[in-house]
Design a protein around this ligand. Sequence first.
Ligand SMILES: [Zn+2]
Length: 458
Amino acid sequence: MRLDYSPADAPFRRSARRPVMIATLCVAMLAAVAAHEGTASRHAATAAPASPEATLQEAVDELDSALDTDLQAAVGDDLEAPPASQWETVVVQKGQTLSDIFEQQGLGFSEAMATVRLSEDAAKLKSLRAGEKLVLLKTPEQKLEELRYELDETTTLQIRRGAEGLEAMTIAAEIERQQKQASAVIRNSLFLDGQRAGLSNRLLMQLAEMFGYDIDFALDLRVGDRFSVIYEELYKDGEKVRDGDILAAEFVNRGQRYRALRYMDADGNIAYYTPEGESMRKAFLRTPVDFARVSSGFNPNRRHPILNTIRAHKGVDYAARTGTPVKATADGRVLFIGVKGGYGRVVILKHGSQYTTLYAHLSRYRSGLHNGSRVQQGQVIGYVGSSGLATAPHLHYEFRINGIHKNPMTVALPRSAPLPRSIAPRWRTETAPLLAQLESLSDSQVAQAEQVDPTQVQ
Ligand SMILES: [Zn+2]
């Protein structure tokens, strides 16, 4: 799903649906003052499932004049008050279908059948899930007048009875984007300090992913490292829906500064680049297993634990539980898959003309993987085990350039393709304000850090 609106549309855009939520809030009030029929039904017809997030004051202001008229009418008239609202919210029960609900509501099976045939989105009513909500309005003859169903956080399906019978519409909500910023100094961990700075786990994951090619957050993070983030929050009808993307971020790790800016293509795909337009992604992931501990590093003079002879350790061992997924560190093809002496079950991948990577002691391979299979960076190719010569479950990982073993933990990894030249100048102009904002955020963070009495820092 695409949630993109150009930055120019961004913060504080007035929602076109605002009157709707005000109406919801005021339906009861209208009834209480015995509104004359025209006004009451007009408001009822626009009432929506949206929760009343407008302040009461706003709502009262908006409806003041209408209420005055209605009040006068009520005083001078002894018309009966219409019911507060005929809108009914139905929460889908486990196993319930649309026709079950229609039967229950006295709307009938055939009406349900007609409803799901109205549009592609209306057909989604065939697969209702427990806990979802339908908001219904009936005609005085107990036929369906209107139905509202939230397809997702930004679109609502609306079924209405028009002159030609039932019709379906999909209404897109206005998503407002607000820019936020946060910064933190690492005292404990990225997640703890990040949360303290007000960042959600989702944003912290995004941050870790962006810088994950340059910083190993399990091994490289130090107390005193710091970061600044500029990100978006998405709002619907004035209420926060969720966090959006990180637009720009800086991470200072052991004195080394890394910066990244977002680029979004026409299809809404996003990627991060350095201010110079270099990709934040590298052609290789640094490690093929998540959350693993290095149990043995690259060492040309190591005594082999089983053979007890000096034998170069030409890779890195990652201790992990049997069954832990092993990921291809780069796009490539399977050069070898099978059992090979001390390696046990092993997969060797070829990446371009110069690079190969090797994953040994696997307990099993990903099913369907065979010689010549294409793999993508991050794709699971097998699972940690202790096949071959291994004392305990671990992954033995090798990295070779032109056949020569390199230390996977320190080898300079090639970056992915930079931002295309045709796009770069415009992107740089567009992101210049963000970069300046990031700069000042970072500067003020440094200034703040300097004011802190070092004895106060734990
Ligand atoms: Zn090893």
